[in-house]
Design a binder for this molecule. Structure first.
Ligand code: MN
Length: 336
């Protein structure tokens, strides 16, 4: 327990000693206030994009600063503001590689963060927290043409996000998942919401038709068995040179509601992105990831970038810039 990750955030543990209804009513007010702020910001951004006109799909950032479902370090709870800072860093410009202008609200807006730590501070448990995350994602999707681009957080957040996307769109999506790990344990260390189990929850729920996992190089026998059980297409790094042509020319999402992209920053080789909790050598290069994204033929309905851990980053924030560039290029992929 004595590591920096677990000492970073304090929240109340002693709520059982006071009247239950007092706590419940207070929690309800805080939950409503949290959802109201996201609802109103999404509404304003939606109105703005519609008033400007011409956008069929428009990326909108939603931060989910949640780190406590990690099995190792909890630093990803601090990632969203660091990623935002890097997106707008003066060292680079606001144009994506293929020429989209991030300054244009029709390309990118921001609806803020789900106040995860504030909700936990009020004693909100994970069942409810996951529902609040799903609800927040749905509030963004309701403001057509906004599409959620979620800033994690650890990988546990992909479950409530994909669930919300699928429920809101009325059917499963295809999921392209870039990661060193399959995150498909039935349950990890007793936690069904673990960041190592999110894709088991997604597949059980029927929220994904196809799940393609790319960049895998840390997988146990359970990970392979669970992959087979759910029909997951697992592309491991040890065969990447053989799979490269296929992966760099993907076409996904036909006859489903669209495509969801989930990028764990540790899909990248730690040489490119040292600021992650789980350093695993032998990963993708940044250009490999961009080739996969740029050439993907798909209607991308939502995406996330997760597992950036600022507590492990270099002092000059190199991984923050890497995570931000993933967000920028995903923005270009989504917005049209
Ligand atoms: Mn990972």
């Amino acid at each position: 327990m004595m590591n920096i990750g677990r000492r970073g955030i304090h929240y109340l543990h002693t709520l059982n000693s006071v009247p239950k209804n007092l706590i419940e009513e207070g929690q309800n007010r805080v939950v409503e206030a949290s959802l109201t702020l996201i609802r109103e910001r999404a509404k304003l951004k939606g109105e703005l994009v519609r008033a400007l006109g011409g956008a069929k799909a428009s990326s909108s950032l939603l931060g989910v600063p949640l780190g406590h479902n990690s099995s190792f370090l909890q630093g990803p709870a601090f990632a969203p503001p660091r990623i935002r800072e890097a997106i707008w860093c003066g060292s680079t410009n606001a144009t994506t590689e293929e020429g989209k202008e991030l300054n244009d609200p029709r390309v990118l807006t921001d609806v803020g963060d789900v106040p995860v730590q504030e909700l936990r501070d009020c004693g909100i448990d994970d069942d409810r927290l996951m529902n609040i995350i799903s609800e927040s994602v749905k509030l963004v999707i309701e403001e057509d043409p906004l599409r959620p681009l979620v800033l994690g957080g650890d990988h546990s957040i992909s479950y409530p996000v994909v669930r919300a996307v699928s429920e809101k769109l009325g059917g499963p999506v295809d999921v392209l998942h870039l990661d060193a790990h399959p995150d498909i344990y039935d349950c990890f260390e007793g936690n069904k919401y673990s960041h190592a189990s999110s894709f088991a929850r997604i597949m059980e729920g029927g929220y994904a038709r196809r799940l393609l996992q790319v960049g895998i190089r840390s997988i146990t026998s359970e990970g392979r068995e669970q992959g087979k059980r759910f029909g997951v297409e697992q592309y491991e790094m040890r065969t990447f040179s053989k799979d490269r042509h296929f992966l760099e020319n993907l076409k996904l999402g036909d006859s489903v509601k669209g495509v969801y992209i989930s990028i764990d920053v540790d899909c990248l080789d730690p040489a490119f992105a040292p600021g992650v909790s789980h350093i695993e050598a032998g990963g993708l290069s940044f250009r490999d990831v961009l080739n996969i994204l740029h050439n993907l033929q798909a209607d991308v309905v939502a995406a996330d970038v997760v597992e950036f851990n600022p507590q492990r980053d270099t002092v000059d924030g190199m991984t923050a810039m890497v995570a931000a560039k993933l967000v920028r290029e995903l923005t270009a992929k989504i917005s049209k």
